[in-house]
Design a protein around this ligand. Structure first.
Ligand code: AMP
Length: 293
């Protein structure tokens, strides 16, 4: 039985044994349920938070357009056997406009950070509040948001949060498109153009497997597949620091962001110095995202 809660105090009172937190912004899909299933397998109590964090949206229009469907989300959370669906009102998270922001030097500056001013301060601040308010032992984050994962991992270390940040592989639709709540805003034409993102990244992963280690050449393989799309960036970066690097000589991420129509998508592959890659988990049928809506 999943209990819905709206205050930090209630969520803390539900703690017992090893507590796992899965922070989300709702409009859930198999990427989120993979995190929840992993938490369910590893923790005694699983808390799934659903909160569209206004502080991390750098574009007001994106916040307004962000898809929401709480009823469906609660059914999905329930189906994974989570104990708590934590759905706070904005007032619970921000009882007063916050005078305190969490800034993680450097990690949040490049890649996404360079294109979304204030975004990572918003992410780090809300994650710090969730960690402080709920006090989980483990918190689950997707590799799809690689820079966010690096940032949150470093923040937890720097601020001595007694939590283990657990990275989880990117879940992809059967044709390779990384699952994102924003995918529902793509029309059929844009959706097929969006496939170039994962195809480019996977082609680069193939090249890495064949021995390519040059960052520039790996990036160019992706750019070729993107064809006439103009990405915000395509960049090989250190996975821990999100700092751009020129050679695949350490655990890395090849990351990109690209606007298709009015939807901005991000994707990446995790690459190892031996040329191996995490290509993600592929669904074998259409995502629940497009269910009977
Ligand atoms: P969001 O609701 O988009 O803020 O995402 C909540 C969590 O789910 C974050 O840790 C994301 O990285 C993760 N997530 C989102 N999409 C995917 C995906 N396709 N595969 C794996 N994790 C994902």
């Amino acid at each position: 039985m999943t209990r819905q809660m709206s205050t930090f105090a209630e969520a803390r009172a539900a703690r017992s044994g090893v507590v796992g937190l899965v922070p989300t912004m709702g409009f859930l899909h198999e990427g989120h349920t993979a995190l929840m299933n992993r938490a369910r397998a590893e923790c005694d109590v699983v808390v799934v938070s659903i909160f569209v964090n206004p502080l991390q949206f750098d574009e007001a229009a994106d916040l307004v357009a962000y898809p929401r469907d709480l009823e469906r989300d609660l059914a999905l959370v329930s189906a994974t056997g989570a104990d708590v669906a934590f759905v706070p009102a904005p007032d619970e998270v921000y009882p007063v406009p916050p005078a305190t922001r969490v800034l993680v030097d450097d990690i949040g500056d490049g890649l996404e950070g360079a294109h979304r001013p204030g975004h990572f301060a918003g992410v780090a601040t809300v994650v710090a509040k969730l960690l402080a308010g709920i006090q989980p032992d483990r918190a689950y984050f997707g590799q799809k948001d690689a820079q966010q994962l690096a940032l949150v991992t470093r923040m937890a270390l720097d601020l001595s949060f007694p939590v283990e940040i657990v990275p989880c592989s990117t879940v992809r639709e059967p044709d390779g498109l990384a699952l994102s709540s924003r995918n529902v805003r793509l029309d059929a034409g844009d959706r097929s153009v969006a496939l170039r993102l994962s195809r480019g990244l996977l082609a680069a992963a193939d090249a890495a497997a064949d021995g390519e280690r040059s960052g520039e050449r790996l990036e160019n393989i992706v750019r070729q597949k993107l064809a006439d799309l103009e990405p915000d960036y395509v960049r090989l970066a250190d996975r821990m620091t999100a700092e751009p690097i020129d050679r695949l000589d350490r655990p890395s991420v090849l990351a990109l962001a690209c606007r298709i129509g009015d939807v901005r998508l991000i994707d990446n592959v995790f690459l190892e110095p031996d040329g191996s890659a995490d290509r993600g988990l592929w669904l074998d049928s259409t995502s629940i995202l497009y269910g009977d809506r």
